[in-house]
Design a protein around this ligand. Structure first.
Ligand code: NAP
Length: 515
């Protein structure tokens, strides 16, 4: 474990590695990937604070029946920790969690993780270039660099349906599945038709007595074409890692090639996606009335495209009903819809998504001059390349604002952010810098360009979690992943104010005035 420095005096000449404590908040994909890259760079002075009692983030929490990744397994893994042993083309959640547990053990990262520790507040001291983090257990930790790897879609979102607490049966959210509750022979409702619903619905339908899916908005669904990897195939990937690299590269470049269909506001491209989806719908659902109800009326890609081989076909089952009448309220015995019908259930599953963690600071964060990140983000979360925010030196965000892809693996973006952060850490350490703070003009210019592209993207044409209340998009990257990676993977000192230890501390205001 690192020794946390208690005394800010110690920072006068931070030369030894133990004088450069790094904190990573969150032990999901981002935090684990960051830690491995620090290990590879020989930097061991880091601690990971994880509020849960196990690593894994999304893949620890999402254990609902059918939970899986809709990005191909060979692409949805860290490029520096590839896995030849995926059993399917699209990995189930448990296998991804197993992969993460495996690499954590391989790199002995557990020695660096403190579980059950939530960070309540972080405050930067400009004089010392040190962040002080307040922990939920009342202790404090200090760090020269903080890497926020808390993820963007973490805390379950429950709908604001009247009477939600009145239901007398069993309830659960997909991201908090209760494995002790047996759905066998029960009347079950699923509210929501997003990426989680398309996985849970076909998985529980054969087990329950009756399943009713409450759909507010139908989604575009395309075939997944999932299949097992045979033992022979896996052996080939083990023996010839080059094949694994090629498979990964192929999947990545295919997603880049077809990406514009998913993100560009180009009706002719969208129509191609819609044609593929409608053909899939026709092949899965014979009943034209049902097909009509399942057909979206918004442009392809505007909401997240869903990928499933069996979601639509599930509605052809005798024991499954698609309910499109809007929900009026939840009552003790079930769900009442606007037309007055009370649908009675034993259990309600909320497949209603997540609070958008990106919209606000994950906890109160105070940078230079005590400025809070929430104030800086009052008009929407912005960061330079989604990673650094002017006035919040030595603070790096993984999977931050405008770095989500709608068309490829988020890990491509995360790895670039890890490289950028590592570059900054090395620069700070090697040149004995007190802090690096992204220049406001550089950050503004970057975000102006990002927002200027948004009208050319499809996401503004419907409602989704991609958008803030004012309709602006601060979550997705408007372009191909390779472009983001090329621009983000290097730490460019010229984009930052790099302040040495012997330079006097100046406030951002003074600097602006001086300029
Ligand atoms: P989601 O996409 O936000 O979907 C939530 C669903 O709940 C939507 O269908 C929404 O309807 C519905 N809903 C919300 N409030 C409602 C209400 N009051 N009444 C009726 N319906 C209501 O959530 P999710 O499916 O959990 O997915 C969230 C994100 O997690 C995804 O977009 C994806 O990024 C990630 N995810 C990824 C995977 C993967 O395989 N990689 C799997 C699962 C999730 P409306 O559409 O009308 O708002």
């Amino acid at each position: 474990m690192i020794e946390h420095l208690q005394d800010s005096e110690t920072y006068a000449a931070p030369r030894r590695e133990t004088d450069f404590p790094i904190v990573i908040v969150g032990a999901g994909f981002g935090g684990i990937g960051m830690a491995i890259q620090l290990e590879k760079a020989g930097i061991r002075s880091y601690t990971i604070f994880e509020r849960a009692d196990e690593i894994g983030g999304t893949w620890r929490d999402n254990t609902y029946p059918g939970a899986a990744c809709d990005v191909p397994s060979h692409a949805y893994s860290l490029s520096f920790e590839q896995n030849p042993d995926w059993t399917r083309k699209f990995s189930p959640s448990s296998e991804i969690q197993g992969y993460l547990l495996g690499i954590v053990d391989k790199w002995k990262l557990r020695d660096h993780i403190e579980f059950g520790v939530e960070i309540d507040e972080a405050r930067f001291d400009e004089e010392t270039g040190v962040w002080t983090l307040h922990r939920s257990d009342g202790e404090t930790a200090t760090a020269r660099v903080v890497i926020s790897a808390v993820g963007g879609l973490v805390d379950p979102s429950l709908p604001d349906i009247p009477g939600i607490d009145a239901f007398e049966g069993h309830t659960c959210h997909t991201a908090r599945w209760d494995h002790d509750y047996d759905m066998e022979g029960k009347r079950v409702a699923v509210i929501g038709t997003g990426a989680s619903a398309v996985q849970v619905v076909p998985s529980i339908a054969p087990r329950v007595k009756h399943l009713t899916v409450f759909q507010r908005t139908p989604a575009w669904v395309v075939p997944k074409r999932d299949a097992e990897y045979s033992e022979a195939e896996r052996q080939r990937y083990r023996r010839f890692p080059l094949l694994l690299n090629l498979s990964r590269a192929f999947k990545y470049w295919m997603s880049e090639l077809f990406g514009p269909i998913v993100y560009l506001n180009a009706p002719r491209l969208s129509a191609r996606g819609e044609r593929i989806s409608l053909a899939h719908l026709r092949s899965q659902v014979k009943d034209p009335v049902l097909r009509e109800k399942l057909t979206p009326d918004f442009q392809f890609g505007c909401k997240r495209m869903l990928i499933s081989d069996d979601y639509w076909a599930t509605f052809e089952r005798e024991n499954v009903t698609l309910e499109c009448d809007p929900i009026e309220q939840i009552e003790g015995r079930g769900i009442r819809t606007k037309n007055g019908t009370l649908h009675e259930f034993d259990a309600i599953v909320f497949a209603t998504g997540f609070e958008l963690g990106l919209a606000n600071a994950p906890f109160p964060i105070y940078g230079r001059d005590g400025r809070s990140l929430n104030d800086a983000w009052a008009a929407g979360a912005v960061a330079y390349k989604g990673m650094t925010v002017s006035g919040f030196p030595n603070w790096f965000i993984l999977m931050g604002p405008n770095t989500g892809p709608g068309h490829t693996s988020v890990l491509v973006f995360t790895e670039a952010q890890i490289q950028h952060t590592l570059g900054a850490i090395k620069k700070m350490r090697d040149e004995n810098l007190r802090y690096v703070d992204v220049r406001q003009d550089v950050q503004d210019h970057y975000n102006d360009r990002i927002q200027a592209r948004m009208p050319h993207m499809v996401w503004g044409n419907c409602n989704s979690w991609y958008l803030n209340d004012d309709g602006t998009n601060h979550s997705l990257y408007p372009g191909p992943a390779f472009e983001y990676v090329a621009g983000a993977c290097h730490f460019e000192a010229r984009d930052y104010e790099c302040v040495k230890f012997d330079a006097p501390a100046t406030s951002a205001d003074e600097e602006t005035a001086a300029a």
